[in-house]
Design a protein around this ligand. Structure first.
Ligand code: ADP
Length: 601
């Protein structure tokens, strides 16, 4: 690997190997020279040029200065300070100032210096200045301008043209290059060429400022040490760069860089595989081409250019074969200073996940629809069955009642007992039908919630349900009760069932006590119905909320086993939840939640 600055190559030049220092005064410079000065500070260069030229002008040499406007200004100022009036010297024709860019433009053709034009423009000037064998000192920085523009070949060619001119005319030519222009690794080779094109190479001021030969040797040693360090750093950096690019190339996630205009600058293999393109087909293209949705990519580019970071931004890309790829994008822009250089984008293929989710959603939607349909059919079925059961049931009840009443004297005692049993069974069946109908009614149809005052609702229940009002002394409303958003008929059904249960499930002979209270939890109200009854073992908590879910035999505690299922269904249809806290023998608290009443309600 080449070093950044090849010092060994420099030492091959006899001129530099012998000269450890630039000329202490410009008189040591030969009449026919072509030397190059590297410089760090403009002021150092313009002072050097001014003193080189001054010495010549004082010896009556001709002087041609081809400089940039800034350097020309600085050289003129320096002349004035040294007591020379440039305009007077210019007037005699001894001194000629030319603009570097303008002069260069006169002989450049398609990015190269044209030999014939160069001779015509520069050669003519040199011929005129050296007429009568007058010594000539020239300063030129047209080469530096070419170098600055990255046209190293043209700079080297121009140096050669000057050398050719030097074979015909005697003159001493001062070239200059800013050292900062040689910072890149790629500059090593052309730098060596430039040095070769000159009879002398004068290092920049940080070297030439050293006063003695000994110090200069030390400076060279220090520079050699720096080169060695730089070489090792360079090797490490090159290795790291190889490792890093290997890492990125082999990443399983797609990675690319896009210019601010949207051109793909680079992409790794995973990204190419994702979209089925080769690097040649993909890199250099406009990223917009690969997005299925034009608005989506415009939005992404706009967000990025505003400095936003994209996190898991979902998009759809087009594969080469025309199919779509769903991706999640993580991207942000890379700046150097204020300049937006490119966006780096990490693209994760989520096609499989997306398709699986879509399939799942579709399956869930289909099954939910089927389930709804089946449930609606079931509800309709149970409703109509229950409804239709009523008339034969009433007929049975009516006939049994008539027989009991009309034939009591002629029927034997056993037949009478059978008739009473038929009557009791019919009554129970009627209760069952009533409750199933109540459940079915709640399960179907739309529910609209309204503002409900629980206090007045429960007061009415206690007043108008004889089986409850008989125990009104044992029912306590812990006032005030909150107002809720609910369905009055459903709520009435819930409280009737819960209060009835609280009064019913007590130890034989015990006095029941039912307390009702509400608590606020944010925008929810929790309603509790607490009793001092027999309590419920935890293993029955779930079962008792199901239809026909009973714990005790009918003889012990009569009932249909549908009351709590109705409560649960009604609460859920009003958007709430139902629960239970209980311990066997220590009473139970049934609770449910409802939305709190809004003012508007
Ligand atoms: P039913 O009261 O008609 O039996 P429910 O659905 O109302 O039907 O109640 C289901 C079962 O839950 C009851 O049979 C009883 O075992 C139990 N249960 C309900 N409420 C209470 C309560 N307050 N205390 C103890 N057990 C209860």
């Amino acid at each position: 690997m080449r070093s950044l600055i090849d010092l060994t190559a420099l030492s091959e030049f006899p001129q530099t190997s012998l000269q450890l220092a630039p000329p202490a005064d410009w008189s040591s410079m030969g009449r026919s020279e072509h030397f190059v000065q590297f410089y760090e500070q403009d002021s150092f260069l313009t002072n050097s040029v001014a003193s080189f030229m001054l010495e010549g002008i004082r010896q009556q040499d001709a002087a041609i200065i081809i400089a940039t406007p800034d350097h020309r200004r600085a050289i003129l100022e320096n002349f004035e300070k040294q007591g020379l009036h440039p305009s007077e010297v210019e007037a005699t024709g001894q001194l000629l100032f030319l603009d570097a860019a303008e002069t260069l433009a006169k002989f450049m053709v398609e990015g190269k210096p044209d030999e014939a034009r160069f001779r015509n423009v520069v050669g003519t000037l040199v011929a005129q200045a050296t007429a009568g064998k007058r010594p000539l000192r020239a300063f030129g920085e047209m080469v530096a301008l070419l170098w600055q523009k990255g046209n190293a070949d043209a700079a080297i060619r121009l140096e050669e043209l000057w050398n050719d001119l030097g074979k015909e005319y005697v003159f001493s030519l001062f070239c200059a290059y800013p050292m900062a222009g040689f910072g890149s690794n790629a500059d090593g080779q052309p730098f060596t060429h430039i040095c070769k094109a000159h009879t002398r190479v004068i290092p920049s001021e940080s070297y030439t400022a050293s006063p003695s030969a000994d110090e200069r040797l030390r400076t060279i040693s220090a520079l050699q040490q720096k080169v060695a360090t730089l070489e090792s750093v360079h090797k490490t950096l090159a290795r790291r760069e190889r490792e890093l690019s290997d890492f990125l190339e082999n990443a399983t996630e797609g990675i690319h860089q896009v210019s601010p205009e949207g051109k793909i600058l680079w992409a790794n293999q995973a990204e190419l595989d994702l979209l089925g393109y080769t690097a040649n087909e993909y890199i250099g293209q406009d990223i917009r081409r690969f997005y299925a949705d034009a608005n989506a990519i415009e939005d992404i580019l706009a967000r990025l250019s505003r400095g936003e970071k994209l996190r898991d931004c979902e998009a759809t890309l087009k594969h080469k074969d025309g199919t779509l790829r769903y991706v999640a994008i993580n991207s942000s822009i890379y700046r150097e200073g204020e300049t937006f250089l490119y966006t780096r984008c990490f693209t994760r293929d989520i096609t499989a996940r997306k398709q699986a989710t879509e399939l799942l959603e579709q399956t869930v939607a289909e099954r939910t629809a089927k389930l709804r349909e089946t449930m609606a059919e079931l509800d309709a079925f149970s409703y109509s069955v229950s409804h239709d059961l009523r008339s034969p049931l009433r007929a049975m009840q009516g006939h049994a009642e008539a027989l009991l009443k009309d034939c009591a004297e002629i029927l034997p005692a056993g037949a009478m007992e059978s008739l009473r049993r038929i009557e009791r069974a019919a009554q129970r069946l009627e209760l069952l039908v009533r409750d199933i109908l109540a459940y079915s009614r709640i399960a179907k149809g739309d529910v609209h919630l309204h503002h409900v005052s629980l206090e007045s609702l429960i007061d009415d229940i206690i007043a108008f349900h004889p089986e409850i009002s008989a125990h009104s002394d044992h029912i306590l409303l812990e006032r005030p009760l909150a107002e809720v958003m609910g369905h009055e008929a459903y709520l009435s059904q819930c409280f009737t069932n819960l209060i009835n249960n609280g009064l019913k499930f007590v130890e034989p002979g015990a006095t029941p006590q039912v307390n009702i209270r509400t608590e606020l939890f944010g925008d929810k109200v929790r309603v509790s119905v607490r009793d001092n009854g027999i309590g419920i073992a935890p293993e029955h908590y779930n079962r008792i909320f199901q239809i026909f879910g009973r714990v005790y035999p009918e003889k012990l505690y009569p009932g249909t086993g549908i009351g709590l299922a109705i409560v649960k269904k009604a609460v859920s249809r009003m958007g709430g939840q139902t629960g239970l806290d209980s311990e066997l023998g220590k009473g139970s608290t049934f609770w449910f939640t409802l939305p709190r009443a809004t003012n508007a309600g």
